[in-house]
Design a protein. Structure first.
Length: 264
């Protein structure tokens, strides 16, 4: 029995196919202007890459900010629920999850089944989101993931006085024009992001088995800065792309729904 998960985010859209609790196909694309176009494009690419047809997939679950615009899913669930379930599948010992999306940052505790027990989210300010890093990386002429490895070479990270994305962007341009090392600017940006997210994580009293999902989890600079601020290790997702966590969780929920219906 093959099930699918589709996670339409503001920056990227992800698709996953699973069979017998194993991933048999995955795809990540940059999101398009319309969420339904993102969903249809990632689904088509995923099926082609996996050698499947639409009829091979028994049930789809959609998630992400654009989930209500996905035409082919049978059910939709919040990204918090799906990231919790996906994080549990990726790292079974996980009890607290940090998910930094394009539009918000979330942290939540999950139980032994991957169900969310408590969560906090910041969707009021872009400075704690993936959009913040995207904007800053563009100013620096880098990819977001490059900022992590580059910041590791910093010898004197910049401290940003402004937390607002607009003002921070102006500061980055000022530092570049003043000849500051790009490594120190990148490190300052990552530290600023980590500081915003650490407030959320501390407020929820994170348990020690902590992991991070989403695209920002691939930025080593942010992860490292968060570990220092929180005083604990963040477990890395290594066998799969951490951006797939939401789509994985959606595919698992699809399987659980079908399995429950078949046993009634």
């Amino acid at each position: 029995m093959i099930t699918g998960g589709c996670d339409v985010g503001s920056l990227t859209s992800k698709g996953v196919l699973m069979q017998n609790n194993k991933i048999i196909g995955s795809e990540i694309i940059k999101s398009k202007v319309k969420p339904q176009d993102s969903a249809n494009t990632v689904m088509a690419a995923l099926l082609e890459k996996s050698g499947m047809s639409v009829d091979d997939v028994k049930f789809w679950v959609g998630t992400g900010y654009g989930r209500d615009k996905i035409d082919f899913v049978g059910e939709t669930l919040s990204e918090i629920a799906c990231h919790g379930k996906g994080a549990k599948w990726l790292l079974p010992a996980t009890r607290t999850v940090i998910d930094i999306g394009g539009q918000d940052a979330k942290t939540f505790k999950i139980d032994e089944n991957g169900h969310v027990e408590r969560f906090l989210t910041n969707d009021k300010c872009a400075s704690g989101t993936g959009r913040f890093l995207e904007v800053m990386a563009k100013v620096l002429g880098l990819e977001m993931e490059e900022m992590g490895s580059l910041s590791a070479k910093a010898d004197s990270p910049i401290t940003f006085a402004a937390s607002c994305t607009v003002w921070a962007q102006a500061d980055v341009i000022k530092y570049l024009n003043s000849g500051y090392k790009i490594e120190n600017i990148a490190a300052g940006i990552n530290n600023a992001m980590a500081s915003r997210v650490a407030v959320l994580v501390s407020a929820i009293n994170a348990e020690k088995e902590l992991c991070m999902t989403g695209g920002v989890a691939k930025n080593k600079g942010v992860v490292s800065a968060l570990e220092k601020l929180l005083g604990q290790k963040i477990r890395r997702v290594r066998k799969q792309d951490p951006q797939l966590a939401g789509a994985i969780g959606a595919a698992i929920y699809a399987f659980e729904k079908l399995n429950k219906e078949n046993t009634l």
